[in-house]
Design a protein around this ligand. Structure first.
Ligand code: PLP
Length: 400
C-alpha cells in the first residue's frame, strides 16, 4: 500500500480497515464518532434523511445491536409490540431516571410501592422528588387502594412497579396494572430485572415500558454495568426518550454493551438452571428447623404462587429466608459461608448472599427496615447455576 504522508502523519492517521468478510461476532465499536464519506452524506444523516451513526453518545453499532435484541425479546410473541424499541443506558438507575425526566413534568406524580429496589426509592425521593415529580407509595397489591388513588388524583401520570419484589418476592398483578394504566391514560413501567423477558413479558399485559438493570440476569456474569429501557411506542422511544438520553448523557458504552451481548446468548440456559436450583434450595430451606420462613414464588406456600404461575414462565433465581435467632444468627451464618459469595448484587452465575440487616440496610432505621419486611434474620439469596448440592451443603453447614 502506498503512503504519501510524512512519517509523523502516517503514525497519526487512522488505518483503513482491510477486511473483506464480515466478522462472525459483534465487534466493539470503540469510537466516539463516525466519519462521513462526504458532506452530502453528513448533511443527510444530520437532517435524518439517511440512517447512520454520528456520535457514540447518540448511538453506536455495538449498543444498538444489543438494544435491538432486547426489544425483540421483550416483544417476542406479543401482539401489538412489533414497534417496541429499546435504548441502552449506563445503568439501570440511569434508564429509570431518563424515562421519568422524558415523559413526566413537575407537578406529576408516580404511583409506586414501598418495597422497590432501595436505590430506586432513593432516586424517587431525593432526585426526582426535588424536581417536582412526587412518588406516591402505596401497596400496589391492594387493588382498591390503586383504583382509588387513580380515581382521586389526576396528577398521577405513571404507575411504576417491580415484580417479584424484594425482600418477600411478593408479586404484583401485571394484568391489573396494565389495564388500569390504559383505562386512565397513565403510563405503566415495570422493572423486569429479576425475571428477564424469558421468564416474564410485561408487554403481554398491556404495560407501556419495561426497564432493566442489565447488570443483573441479562448479563449474568457480573462483569458489565448497564441498563435498558424498552417501550411499546417506538415513536416515543425514538423521539422524546432518545432525546432525553442524548441530552443527559445517560448512554451506555460499547464495551459494557458487548459484554452484555455475550451474556445474553446463554440467557435461557442460565434462567432454567437458576430456577431449578432455586426451587431445590427453597424446598431444602422450608424443611430446616432453624428457618422461620422461606420466600420463593415457586413454593405453593408462597402467598402469590398462583399469580406468579399466571404471569411468569418459571420462578427465577431469587429467594429470601428468615433465620431463627435474628441478627446474631444472620451474622454468624454469613461468617460461616465457604462456597457462596457475599456480594451486594444479584443475577450472576454464582450464588450470592446478602444479609440486609448487617450489610445493605445497616444504616437504615431498624423500624423502617422492619416496616419493609427486612427482619434481623432475613437472608437474600441469588441462586447461581452451580451444582445445587454444593449450594445446599454450604447453606446447611452455615446454618447449623
Ligand atoms: C431490581 C433492580 N432495579 C434496578 C437496579 C439498579 O440497577 P443498576 O445497579 O444497574 O443501576 C437494581 C440494582 O441492584 C435492582 O436490583
Amino acid at each position: 500500500m502506498e503512503n504519501k504522508w510524512s512519517f509523523s502523519s502516517l503514525c497519526v492517521r487512522e488505518s483503513k480497515e482491510n477486511r473483506t468478510t464480515r466478522p462472525h461476532i459483534l465487534p466493539i465499536y470503540a469510537t466516539s464518532s463516525f466519519e462521513f464519506e462526504s458532506i452530502d452524506e453528513g448533511m443527510d444523516i444530520f437532517k435524518g434523511d439517511r440512517q447512520g451513526h454520528v456520535y457514540s453518545r447518540y448511538g453506536n453499532p455495538t449498543m444498538d445491536a444489543v438494544a435491538s435484541k432486547i426489544a425483540l425479546m421483550e416483544g417476542y410473541g406479543v401482539e401489538g409490540a412489533q414497534d417496541a424499541h429499546c435504548i441502552m443506558f449506563s445503568s439501570g438507575m440511569s434508564a429509570i431516571l431518563t424515562l421519568i425526566l422524558a415523559v413526566l413534568k413537575p407537578g406529576d406524580k408516580i404511583l409506586t410501592q414501598g418495597n422497590l429496589y432501595g436505590g430506586t426509592t432513593e432516586q424517587f425521593k431525593k432526585i426526582i422528588g426535588k424536581h417536582g415529580i412526587q412518588p406516591v407509595f402505596v401497596d400496589l397489591k391492594d387493588s382498591n387502594v390503586v383504583r382509588e388513588s387513580l380515581a382521586n388524583d389526576d396528577q398521577i401520570r405513571m404507575i411504576y412497579a417491580e415484580t417479584p419484589a424484594n425482600p418477600t418476592l411478593a408479586c404484583i398483578d401485571l394484568e391489573f396494572l396494565g389495564g388500569l394504566g390504559q383505562a386512565h391514560n397513565v403510563y405503566t413501567c415495570i422493572d423486569n430485572s429479576f425475571c428477564t423477558p424469558y421468564l416474564q413479558q410485561p408487554f403481554h399485559f398491556g404495560i407501556d415500558f419495561v426497564v432493566h438493570s442489565t447488570t443483573k440476569y441479562l448479563n449474568g456474569h457480573g462483569n458489565s454495568t448497564s441498563g435498558a429501557l424498552v417501550g411499546r411506542d417506538g415513536d416515543l422511544m425514538r423521539g422524546e426518550i432518545w432525546q432525553a438520553m442524548k441530552l443527559t448523557g445517560t448512554n451506555c458504552n460499547p464495551f459494557d454493551a458487548w459484554l452484555l451481548n455475550n451474556g445474553m446468548k446463554t440467557l435461557t440456559l442460565r434462567m432454567d438452571r437458576h430456577s431449578e436450583n432455586a426451587m431445590s434450595v427453597a424446598e431444602f430451606l422450608s424443611q430446616h428447623d432453624q428457618v422461620n420462613t422461606v420466600n420463593y414464588p415457586g413454593l405453593p406456600s408462597h402467598p402469590d404462587h398462583e399469580l406468579a404461575k399466571k404471569q411468569m414462565k418459571d420462578f427465577g433465581g431469587m429467594l429470601s429466608f428468615e433465620l431463627k435467632g435474628g441478627l446474631d444468627a444472620g451474622i454468624a451464618f454469613m461468617r460461616k459461608l465457604q462456597f457462596c459469595h457475599l456480594a451486594p448484587t444479584l443475577g450472576d452465575i454464582d450464588t450470592l448472599v446478602l444479609h440486609p440487616a448487617s450489610m445493605s440496610h445497616i444504616n437504615i432505621d431498624p423500624k423502617l427496615r422492619l416496616a419493609n419486611g427486612i427482619t434481623d434474620g432475613l437472608i437474600r439469596l441469588s441462586i447461581g447455576i452451580e451444582d445445587v448440592e454444593d449450594i445446599i451443603e454450604d447453606l446447611e453447614q452455615a446454618i447449623s
